[in-house]
Design a protein around this ligand. Structure first.
Ligand code: NAD
Length: 407
């Protein structure tokens, strides 16, 4: 059975490790620049001290330590580390985005092909029972010829504030455009569900709300000192009291509000920065219109302004339509002329695997793929590159006043 090394033992690295261990795989080495994350790797996976590395150079200098590398460091490191891992002989489960430029994305794919290595991209939506059910209905022909697809990525006001105003993905100069960070999944799912490529697209979007002009009167740079906190839904103390596990609490301490609050109280962390005074530049709403092969029109809308985090999809065909919300794990099929809708409850209750169970199914399938000469992998890098191509093109279009980009 193939074993695993994890480079980047943050939220994603930890989730994949927990799933891998539950599924009977060995996690034999880890690397993270953070001491807490390394401690977590030792504690969770029992990795010995000499297989826990504090920087990538040391990790790669140790040679190939496992069959598979889970590459789950922050976005800007993916290209360099993927190329180095390929040279060492690893097959890679690579977190999305594959890389930060199209040239780098193509470079990784080409190198993997040249060396005969396998790269799976963490496009977990392809492995959710929700989207698998929709795919099955579309492929069955039940809704006839697909004419229109609409996907909305409702990021959630609190999630947007956490990740795209205060946190890791707030600044496209340091990371990447939000349409790539958040929506390479959505482009990927549109392409996979329809089985069609995109012929052209255009996009509009902007950062309109999370700017200094919109700061409430009497507000302050930190929520802890802010007179407007009581009326501000973005007050960090309220947001994180409801979600203490979103705060990186020192390893070994219980993940509860008491400990999370201590982290917020510390001004060296970002958690309670005023959402109207950060150096964020990523859009807070964007829409992309696409023409796919076969005359299918597709729209993708992504925005911060929803009360919860959810993806809604509508697939319209000549004979019927499909509607659903991923997080509800429920798909509705309406066949034109039939009185009753068909409802598919695709509920998944997986406490370890987020993304409606997709993470677990993807990891297990990737490990099977690595161990086989004949198996196929649904989220292989070659099948994942187009989603990134569309995301880069959408950003290009947005920055050029909605210019149409043809492929
Ligand atoms: N597939 C998905 O749906 C999904 C969801 C969330 C995040 N992601 C992606 O997963 C990756 C990790 O995201 P995360 O949420 O786990 O972030 P995170 O910040 O929790 O984890 C990243 C970890 O990498 C470590 N790290 C950073 N630079 C490093 C370096 N040079 N060498 C070694 N370690 C380093 C950090 O200390 C941190 O522990 C990102 O690329 C992100 O875009 C994918």
């Amino acid at each position: 059975m193939a074993d695993i090394a994890v480079l980047g033992f943050g939220a994603r690295g930890k989730i994949y490790t927990l799933i891998a261990l539950e599924e009977g795989f060995k996690v034999v080495a880890a690397c993270d620049v953070g001491a807490e994350q390394r401690n977590a790797a030792k504690r969770i996976a029992g990795i010995p001290e000499n297989r826990c590395f504090c920087d990538a150079d040391a990790f790669f200098a140790a040679g190939k330590l496992a069959d598979v590398l889970i590459l789950s460091t922050i976005d800007g490191t993916h290209y360099e580390y993927a190329m180095r891992a390929l040279d060492l002989g690893y097959d890679i489960l690579l977190e999305k985005p594959i890389a930060l430029t199209l040239a780098e994305v193509d470079g990784i794919a080409a190198k993997a092909k040249a060396l005969g290595r396998k790269i799976g991209v963490s496009h977990v939506l392809r492995y959710t029972p929700f989207y698998m059910t929709i795919k099955k209905i579309v492929d069955s022909g039940a809704i006839g010829r697909v004419m229109n697809v609409n996907q909305t990525e409702n990021v959630g006001y609190f999630h947007y504030a956490h990740s795209f105003v205060r946190g890791n993905w707030h600044n496209s100069r340091e990371t990447c455009p939000m349409i790539l960070a958040k929506c390479c999944h959505d482009f990927d799912i549109l392409l996979w569900l329809t089985g069609r490529s995109c012929k052209k697209l255009s996009s509009f979007g902007s950062l309109d709300y999370f700017t200094r002009e919109n700061a409430p009167q009497n507000s302050a740079a930190r929520c802890k000192n802010c007179a407007a906190a009581k009326i501000c839904p973005y007050d960090a103390y309220r947001i994180y009291a409801a979600r203490p596990t979103w705060v990186r609490i020192p390893d070994g301490q219980e993940e509860n509000w008491e400990n999370a609050k201590k982290v917020l109280d510390d001004n060296s962390t970002f958690y309670d920065k005023c959402v109207f005074r950060c150096d964020n530049d990523v859009v807070d709403h964007q829409t992309v219109n696409m023409v796919l092969e076969g005359g299918i029109m597709a729209n993708l809308t992504m925005h911060a302004f929803s009360g919860r985090v959810y993806r809604r999809i509508q697939v319209c065909g000549t004979l019927g339509e499909i509607n659903g919300v991923l997080e509800d794990n429920r798909v509705e099929l309406e066949i034109f002329g039939e009185e009753e809708k068909q409802v598919f409850e695709v509920g998944v209750r997986d406490l370890v695997s987020p993304h409606a169970g997709g993470d677990r199914l993807l990891l297990v399938d990737f490990m099977k793929y690595v161990g086989s000469k004949t198996a196929d992998f649904r989220a292989d890098i070659d099948k994942s590159v187009e989603s990134h191509r569309l995301a880069f093109a959408a950003e290009n279009s947005r920055l050029n006043n909605g210019k149409t980009i043809e492929f």
